[in-house]
Design a binder for this molecule. Sequence first.
Ligand code: ADP
Ligand code: MG
Length: 324
Amino acid sequence: RRRLDSRSIAAGLLGDIQTQISTDPLDSLYEITGELGRGKFAVVKRCVEKATGKVFAAKFLKKRRRGRDCRAEVVHEMAVLEVARNNPRVVNLHVAYETDHDIVLLMEYAAGGEIFDHCVSDELLPESQITRLIRQTLEGVHHLHQCGVVHLDLKPQNILLTNLSPLGDIKLVDFGLARRLGTAGELREILGTPEYVAPEILNYEPITTATDLWSVGVIAYMLVTGESPFAGDNKQETFLNVSQVNVDFSRETFSLVSELAVDFIRKLLVKVPEDRPSAADCMTHPWLWQHYPGTESLPPTPRTARERSGGGKWAAPPEDLEDK
Ligand code: ADP
Ligand code: MG
């Protein structure tokens, strides 16, 4: 068992891992075929196990960052994946390898890409699919919270899909900023992307599970509108938009969106963390069950409000939006 240094403990990092970090040569066991994504300190590549032909996603995490040994951060990311292990909404960690410069996490491969692609596309997903993806995201978030972990970096780039067509199930990834509940952590260091983080993070307040629920609100907003609710022209503007909860619910933006969706999002994008519903609370919101279970074999994205909502109860544009 590794012992954590005091700096790591102060930062709220987890130190216990069960997964062995193998020093066997990675290249001889796997064929590394292409890049899937890239962040500040990590590259994720698609790789195929030569012995079995099985496909994995290999996350190469730098052991040294800014001239400092960051092994503890990598071990922490592994430990969080292990804590949440065996939940179908959290990406599965298979094995880990160590090379000269990196620790490489071999994870379950999510072939459908990021849900981000469905937030910026001209063709938004039908609400019946969006509610299914949000339900699954909430299941994953609920599981993490039950395990005493907050993700703190939930955004459309960190929610992947098992398959693109037909649209598969979600997998939560990227536990680099995740923290154990009750640890204050070094908030200045763990600040996520301003567009997606809750006001309390910007104010360096303590971490609670409610922080993740804010992000779920942002993600739901983006999936139904195709727009990022707080994105400004620069970082300062974005910060201000978040801390003032300056968000556009105008009819123009929400013309094709059901009233229940707006209600769901409004309940999450609330400044005071204690006033946000929990993941379990959210699961009972009627929006999420509006189309359930009829999510199979859907027609292509409809163009009108009537078509998009399936022509049912919420077919007409909500009246209170109509008047404004
Ligand atoms: P970072 O900490 O650099 O953001 P992530 O873990 O979020 O690293 O991975 C970066 C990107 O790589 C993701 O946004 C996604 O596009 C891709 N990716 C990560 N994990 C997987 C996976 N298991 N399957 C497929 N793609 C993945
Ligand atoms: Mg990421």
